[in-house]
Design a protein. Structure first.
Length: 233
């Protein structure tokens, strides 16, 4: 079992039991105690669980996540401004990753101007817009998350192994001066994997995301470049 799959399985077990002893995890995952300890340390750093004496317990999701249909109608002017600012980084011939989400979706009209580009996305709501413009597009595998109209989880991370990106555009649910976050562990691991496979990664997020309640960290300020509507002032 791959590390990402093992860690995802640990989270699923914790969602059922809320607390697991280290010895239980060693037995269920057929892994060494040292391996499980490393997994628990990794998951704790990402904000997905809390290490306690003898094992680990689940951290509850702290952010109420809005659905895609609700998000589309929020901060429309800001999203358009962000998309216009982000479009200056688009070039002919690029391999581009588009994250699911309404802010990234606002960038799609600018792609039509570019030649020989290739799009990879986990946002199945983007497909009609991209294919309608004749843009070559790949949809990755993964678990369907209807609320955000995205594909997420360990299967999505595995399918990303087939791709490298010149540039990636990602959304975030919350951010502070140091990190960018999402409330869903299965989304976080996908975003994190994309950042590792992209030459440059941009976070497209309006200023309402500052100071939101903390979620699961998927990138630090050293990993990505933030674009907000405030740059256009």
């Amino acid at each position: 079992m791959l590390g990402i799959e093992r860690q995802n399985y640990i989270i699923r077990l914790l969602e059922e039991k809320k607390f697991l002893r280290l010895s239980e995890l060693v037995e269920q995952l057929h892994a060494s105690e040292a391996t499980i300890r490393r997994d628990l340390n990794t998951l704790e750093r990402k904000g997905r669980l809390l290490r306690v004496h003898g094992g680990a317990k689940l951290l509850s999701k702290l952010i109420h996540e809005k659905g895609m249909s609700e998000k589309k109608n929020l901060h429309l002017q800001e999203k358009q401004k962000i998309a216009k600012l982000a479009s200056k980084y688009l070039e002919d011939g690029q391999k581009i990753y588009l994250d699911a989400g309404s802010t990234v979706e606002a960038l799609i009209p600018y792609l039509e101007e570019k030649k020989n580009i290739e799009i990879v996305t986990n946002g199945y709501s983007h497909l009609s817009h991209l294919l309608g413009k004749g843009i070559p597009t790949y949809l990755i595998a993964g678990r369907v998350k209807e609320k955000t109209q995205s594909l997420v989880g360990a299967r999505a991370v595995l399918s990303l192994r087939d791709f490298y990106f010149d540039i990636a555009f990602l959304g975030a649910n919350s951010m502070n001066e140091e990190t960018f976050m999402t409330p869903d562990p299965e989304e976080a691991i996908v975003k994190e994997a994309v950042v590792r496979r992209a030459n440059k990664s941009y976070i497209l997020a309006d200023s309402s995301k500052w100071g939101q309640e903390p979620g699961i960290v998927f990138a630090g300020k050293e990993d990505v470049i933030l674009i907000t509507e405030e740059e256009g002032k």
